[in-house]
Design a protein around this ligand. Structure first.
Ligand code: G6P
Length: 594
């Protein structure tokens, strides 16, 4: 959701900004731009991808600059709406991530005072407002301007003749990368991994001044210290490593991600010690909230926790939860967010905490906002996920949920031991799915010929069907719907036929017989069926047109192997259609606005 970068030091800013923006494009990519300051501020921006901008750009000399890659909220993607935005004399330049809710009021007020606006964005009020209060002290004028702003923002501001960058945040992330006589700013760590692994994070309502030699931060006019963190991710983690797309690389990383995530909780042979064993939490009623793919992990968590612990679980989309009339306070609230920055998820955490609930966050990003406002954090170890479509972060979230749930399970010790043993074998099982890549790619090429696809599943694999449909539509632009298999007959049947294929996710559990019936019903309506089945399932094989076989696993782990199969299906369907897989149109990796 918009990426911003800044540099101040003794090197030329332009190539550094361009490099950082390239690494940050997954946050938004409908337009981009940079501003470099020396004796004057020079801005270059357009509604193009960073690579194209770089080629068209003149040399902008200066060792101080800001850059932005945009995901439009107010105003269509165009050159004039691209960031940076400036005040009219061009003395102040701003890049912004977030939404200024009261921009209309501010714009009217500023227009009356003689400010002239050229774009359709909310952001443009910021440089004008800052200019209005600017009297030679940039930090003070930014602080004064932000007092009038309602909404969310992460901003970087520079002014002619000021050898500094002023930065500020509210509800949108900013990370400062610390260098040697130089400093970097970005909305996300992967942008600056090439240059430093020492970072600090701004908190809400912080205003900072970054110079080549240091960072000063104030909150509510008082000087504050923000802790330095060491990032363990490497530059290679955030590169394609020979794969055609990040999505494919990230799918292939999943055996390692499973190993790393589980290994991060306990080494082999160590006891399963999580919240249960530490006595920190009683597992009573559970609430799980999330958005997008993380929501599908939440749904799998519901089946898992209810199956193993008999504890009721309520799951909700964080964006809906924020507007529901809440009546009950569950005693464990879990929020799942890979980025730790999704606005709806953060709002839900704040609401829950405001109501006195303790919140456990499952996130992949150390130091993310969610991790800092939660009571308890369970980290996944997926490494940086660059492709907009989530894959390895989803599998890592499932690992966190298994690990969280197993200690609470009301099953005998032997079964528990068996489950833990099988959990540790999942990397090998996932590798077996990856080894089927060419078969799955063939199926995907068939699917790619259609414009509408249904995914169906039951029980713990129903969310896998939802995730399959989400993945397919996200990256291949094929219209896809995920359905609980039993619900298909309550409407979607009207759409079945030879042009509407169905992908059935079948597990050998108590849902099996019902799934067979559903597949027969679909076949009777002439829809081609692809089934994802466990090895040696001859019964289903006879019923359907195409099969993708995955290794047999304990039913509660079947979502893991099935999910990897649907990820590959989506990837290869998108590839067949020539889609921009890592950066699907209109989407962004981290949605930091409501
Ligand atoms: C965006 C991404 C999805 C992701 C969702 C939730 O829509 O494109 O891949 O699942 O946000 O993100 P989160 O970081 O909260 O898990």
């Amino acid at each position: 959701m918009c990426g911003l970068v800044g540099y101040i030091g003794d090197k030329q800013a332009q190539p550094i900004l361009i490099n950082c923006l390239t690494r940050l494009e997954y946050r938004g990519y409908d337009s981009c731009g940079i501003a470099v300051s020396s004796n004057e501020i020079r801005v270059f921006k357009d509604a193009v991808r960073v690579k194209v901008l770089e080629k068209a750009m003149p040399r902008l000399s200066g060792t101080l600059g800001i850059g932005h890659t945009r995901w439009a909220t107010h105003g269509e993607p165009s050159q004039v709406n691209a960031h940076p935005h400036c005040d009219c004399p061009g003395r102040i330049a701003v890049v912004h991530n977030g939404v200024i809710n009261n921009f209309q009021t501010l714009r009217q007020k500023l227009t009356k005072k003689g400010h002239r606006f050229v774009s359709g964005t909310d952001t443009e009020v910021l440089p004008h407002l800052i200019e209005e209060y600017y009297d030679g002290n940039l930090e003070a004028s930014v602080a004064r301007a932000l007092k009038e702003v309602e909404g969310s923002y992460a901003i970087l501001v520079l002014a002619v003749g000021e050898p500094k960058l002023v930065i500020a945040r509210r509800d949108s992330p900013i990370v400062v990368g610390l260098g040697d006589r130089e400093n970097y700013i970005a909305s996300d760590v992967p942008a600056i991994l090439d240059y430093t692994s020492r970072v600090l994070y701004l908190e809400d309502d912080d205003i900072g001044v970054v110079t080549a030699s240091g960072v000063r931060v104030k909150n509510n006019s008082s000087e504050v210290r923000r802790k330095e963190h060491k990032i363990s991710w490497t530059v290679e983690d955030a590169q394609k490593g020979g794969y055609e797309h990040f999505m494919l690389k990230e799918i292939h990383e999943q055996p390692k991600v499973i190993r790393d995530t589980i290994g991060g909780y306990a080494a082999e042979g160590e006891p399963v010690v999580e919240l249960a064993a530490t006595g920190e939490y009683e597992l009573g009623d559970v609430l799980i909230l999330a958005c997008g793919t993380s929501y599908h992990a939440a749904l799998i968590g519901k089946y898992l926790i209810e199956e193993l612990t008999r504890t009721p679980v309520r799951t909700e989309l964080a964006s809906e939860f924020n507007y529901c009339g809440r009546t009950s306070a569950e005693n464990v609230s879990i929020v799942i967010t890979q980025s730790g920055e999704t606005a709806d998820a953060l709002k839900a955490i704040k609401r829950l905490r405001g109501e006195g609930c303790r919140v456990i966050v499952i996130t992949n990003v150390v130091g993310s906002t969610a991790s800092r406002i939660a009571d308890r954090v369970i980290y996944t170890r997926a490494g940086p996920e660059i492709s907009v479509a989530a894959t390895k972060s989803f599998i890592a979230q499932l690992m966190a949920l298994y690990w969280l749930t197993l200690p609470y399970s009301k099953i005998d010790t032997r079964r528990l031991d068996n489950l833990i043993t099988e959990l540790r074998q999942l990397p090998g099982k996932v590798q077996q799915v990856l080894d089927q890549e060419s078969v799955i790619a063939d199926c995907a090429r068939q699917l790619a010929k259609f414009d509408d696809v249904f995914f169906i599943g039951r029980g713990i694999n129903c969310p896998v069907a939802l995730e399959g449909a989400l993945k397919l539509k996200e990256v291949s632009y094929i219209h896809a719907e995920g359905y609980a298999a039993g619900e298909l007959k309550h409407g979607p049947f009207a759409l079945l036929g030879k042009d509407a294929p169905v992908v059935a996710v079948v597990a050998r559990d108590h849902t099996y017989e019902a799934m067979l019936t559903n597949i027969k019903e679909v076949k009777a309506r002439h829809s081609p069926v692809t089934a994802i089945i466990g090895e040696g399932d001859g019964e289903v094989e006879e019923l359907v047109d195409t099969i993708v076989t995955v290794p047999r696993v304990e039913p509660i782990f079947s979502p893991v192997v099935n999910a990897v199969a649907i990820q590959l299906l989506a990837y290869y369907a998108a590839r067949e259609r020539g889609c921009p897989i890592d950066f699907p149109r209109n989407l962004a990796k981290s949605v930091t606005v409501e």
